[in-house]
Write a protein that binds this ligand. Structure first.
Ligand code: SF4
Length: 234
């Protein structure tokens, strides 16, 4: 069990969130409006794969599931890097089992540029940290990365993919990521549930899906549901 990009971002918001993801994910409650945003983001990301023309996608699922087969994706990515593929989407990399999949890698004269796609009208700091995590993994994999871009959702719906150069800022997070990734990896493996007082991190930068659990609402809702329906909460 190591750290993915999502683990890192969630763990830096709150280590207990990461611990619950690993040990008690059934407690998660994703509001429908957030799920709709996530779905729209995935759709925007899928469309962005073609922003530079023909591309190769590295996504491989475990048979009969929608769970990514990371080992197969890592192997497929290496094959395309060796073949010199111009545009590689969902390119997978791993270092000491820490893992990320890059939305788009585009070949340059000296290596590859990296693009992280976000269905948002502007660049927020969280996006740059997210790209910084990917740069961290790729650099440790000895990938020659030139520029780092966040692709935002521009106003022209006929061509909504707008790359914003965040190279300096994203690469600047390298030390911060290295200073935290190993500690998060240790924390997620703790046997006992991490104890963190609820606070600002429960809503910032993103609303936490365990809000009800940590704020006692889950228990209240569960007992209300049980007395109303006689069913147990799963
Ligand atoms: S609700 Fe707050 S304390 Fe609980 S896991 Fe989420 S961020 Fe952490």
């Amino acid at each position: 069990m190591a750290i993915t990009k999502t683990d890192f971002m969630r763990g830096m918001q709150c280590p207990k969130m990461l611990w619950l993801d690993k040990h008690r994910p059934g407690l998660k409650v994703i509001p429908p409006e957030i799920q709709a945003k996530l779905d729209a983001g995935n759709e925007f990301g899928d469309q962005a794969m073609a922003m530079f023309g023909p591309y190769e996608e590295m996504t491989v699922y475990r048979p009969g599931t929608r769970i990514p087969d990371k080992a197969a994706m890592l192997q497929r990515t290496q094959e395309h890097l060796e073949a010199g593929t111009e545009v590689i989407c969902e390119a997978a990399f791993s270092n000491y089992n820490n893992y990320c999949a890059v939305d788009i890698l585009r070949k340059t004269e000296t290596g590859y540029d990296m693009y992280e796609v976000k269905n948002a009208p502007e660049v927020y700091e969280q996006f740059v940290k997210d790209a910084g995590f990917q740069y961290y993994i790729l650099k440790r994999c000895k990938m020659p990365i030139g520029r780092v871009y966040i692709v935002i959702h521009g106003e022209d719906e006929a061509n909504p993919f707008v790359p914003v150069d965040v190279t300096r800022e994203a690469k600047g997070f390298y030390k911060w990521i290295n200073d935290n990734i190993w500690d998060l990896n240790r924390k997620q493996k703790e046997r006992e549930e991490l104890q963190v007082e609820p606070g600002e991190q429960c809503t910032t930068p993103y609303p936490c899906w365990y809000y009800g659990y940590c704020h006692g609402e889950a228990a209240q809702n569960a007992s209300a549901d049980e007395s109303a329906t006689g069913e147990e909460q799963h």
